[in-house]
Design a protein around this ligand. Sequence first.
Ligand code: SF4
Length: 92
Amino acid sequence: MDTTETVSYQKVSLEEYNLRNCRDIDPNVFFPHDKNRDLQRIAVKAAQAICEGCIIQTLCQESAILRNEQEGVWGGIMFGSGSARSRRSYIQ
Ligand code: SF4
């Protein structure tokens, strides 16, 4: 068991968790997979915009890093293959 992750989550009260920006949003929004690079970039930015100003954004980022998250937008950061694709697309 990863106790570090447990500690991070313990910082979030139920009240805070229930106020997170994504509480009523389809989780698929945070796992965009579009083969079209422009559409993928737009989808990632849309998910990141939802995270912006979220009451638990920093803890969401921390916990995703501690979990070594491989995919999705967490705390406004794109993790995993989508991120690699996105970064490559900016370089090319
Ligand atoms: S920061 Fe985390 S909890 Fe907040 S909206 Fe984004 S994914 Fe949801």
